[in-house]
Design a protein around this ligand. Structure first.
Ligand code: PEP
Ligand code: CO
Length: 453
């Protein structure tokens, strides 16, 4: 496959699943041309830095935390919401680093995570049969015919929202907010008083004492940039290929192609077919890539994905994201781990404990049980340990907002509570307390290999 020629548009000769039925293709073409003339959102050199950071994960020396919304919303782009999401990711990373002693590579599902795959083209709302909601980059979620009409101008709006989000993230991560000296201030108010919040407080105290100790030993902390800034990389599912193609640029330094809409792109469970358009597009861009693998994935499919997307076997280029379901991970994942391990392909294996555990509650809300999320993470660690593979990280849907979208956790959200603050435009997200709780459990699993059995 890799010997065939590639261009940013070569995917157009293949079957592209999950693309909207655009009512006006001329309008779409005009929008794509405009996007093509706009500046890249990220730079090739940044994508290369992320590949090398992920190479450390592939080598078992670091851990990957990939987290954020299921779908970002055009209706909520407040600085507070972006800051609070970052706070949760920084907190989770601090917990994981502190207890494992390993660097944590932080990647957001953010600044571009808009497009959603759907199981059907239409959905029934009351008596109406409407086009499915495909994310705000395509249409609006309101249940009426006009809102659901795919509108190419939304690609431009998504680009600008991504750019504004990224601008704020760069300011937060490089401008002092992510300074390790502020580790206490990442505790959100509604989290601080909970059991997880108190446990976090202890870790923050420990980090503070370690910093004081280093200072007392004569180490000049002011001059260590690593303590004052963090790298938060961006990622999203590369679903809407017209958009991704429009932001694909040739790097002037290396001559290689990069999809400059995000640092990392991933293939969803529904669009990872080898001969189809999404694999064709992604194989030609040099960004680090992810690929979801659900419970039906076979060892041969996993190997074919490795060969198609990473024929040169570059460590950090490919992350395989297992999303099996809590009841299936222990049986379905080991054969995949073994096959890839035996092939010698240097991949990062991470667990998405969310997408295999979604169901509709009696109240009608799409939800997930915190206990199932945790059980899948435990099963993932057990499977990795049994096969001698590094459990490389987590991929989670979360928010910094105090929502009630997932069941359970220490504040014991029940079906009756779901309606209180159910705000997601797509899948249910862990709230900040549940996310922090998950980080503590994962850090225990990382520290003590026997905890996963
Ligand atoms: C997602 O990550 O939001 C998603 C749709 O996942 P998957 O492709 O694994 O179903
Ligand atoms: Co989702």
């Amino acid at each position: 496959m890799s010997s065939r020629s590639w261009s940013p548009s070569s995917w157009r000769d293949r079957t592209a699943l999950q693309q909207p039925n655009w009512p006006d293709l001329g309008h779409l073409d005009a929008v794509v041309k405009r996007l093509n003339g706009l500046p890249p959102l990220v730079f090739a050199g940044e994508a290369r830095s992320l590949t090398s950071a992920l190479g450390e994960v592939a080598g078992g020396r670091a851990f990957l935390l990939q987290a954020g919304d299921c779908a970002e919303s055009f209706h909520d782009q407040s600085a507070d919401a972006i800051r609070d999401k970052l706070k949760v990711i920084l907190q989770m990373a601090a917990v994981l680093t502190y207890s494992s002693g390993m660097p944590v590579v932080k990647v957001g599902r953010i600044a571009g995570q808009f497009a959603k795959p759907r199981s059907a083209d239409t959905e029934q709302v009351g008596d109406l049969v409407l086009p499915s909601f495909r994310g705000h980059i395509v249409n609006d979620d309101a249940p009426d015919e006009t809102s659901r009409r795919p509108d190419p101008d939304r690609l431009i709006a998504a680009y600008h929202q991504s750019s504004q989000t990224l601008n704020l993230l760069r300011a937060f991560t490089k401008g002092g907010f992510a300074d390790i000296g502020r580790v206490h201030q990442w505790n959100l108010e509604f989290v601080a008083s909970s059991a997880e919040g108190r446990r976090y407080h202890e870790i923050a105290e420990g980090i503070g004492r370690a910093l004081q100790f280093m200072q007392a030993c004569g180490i000049d902390l002011e001059r260590s940039t690593e303590l004052h800034t963090v790298d938060l990389w961006t990622s999203h599912e590369a679903l809407l290929l017209s958009y991704e193609e429009a932001l694909t640029r040739r790097d002037s330094l290396t001559g290689d192609w990069y999809d400059c809409s995000a640092h990392m792109l991933w293939l969803g469970e529904r669009t990872r077919q080898l001969d189809n358009a999404h694999v064709e597009f992604l194989r030609g861009v040099q960004n680090p890539l992810g690929c979801k693998l659900g419970p039906t994935a076979t060892p041969q499919e996993a190997l074919d994905i490795c060969e198609a997307l990473n024929p040169q076997r570059i460590a950090g280029r490919l992350t395989l994201i297992a999303r099996m379901g809590a009841g299936k991970v222990r049986a379905h994942l080991p054969p995949l781990l073994a096959a890839v391990r035996d092939s010698g392909h240097p991949v990062v294996w991470i667990s998405d404990p969310c997408h295999g555990n979604t169901f509709t509650a009696p109240s009608g809300h799409k939800t997930r049980r915190f206990d199932d999320v945790l059980a899948e993470v435990q099963g993932f660690f057990a499977a990795c340990r049994a096969e001698g593979v590094h459990p490389g990280g987590l991929h989670v849907e979360l928010t910094g907002d105090d929502v009630t979208e997932c069941l359970g956790g220490s504040d014991d959200v029940t079906d009756n509570h779901l309606a209180n603050r159910y705000e997601t435009v797509c899948d249910p997200r862990l709230n900040a307390r549940q996310s922090l709780d998950l980080a503590f459990r994962a850090s225990e699993l990382l520290r003590s290999p026997s905890a996963s059995h």
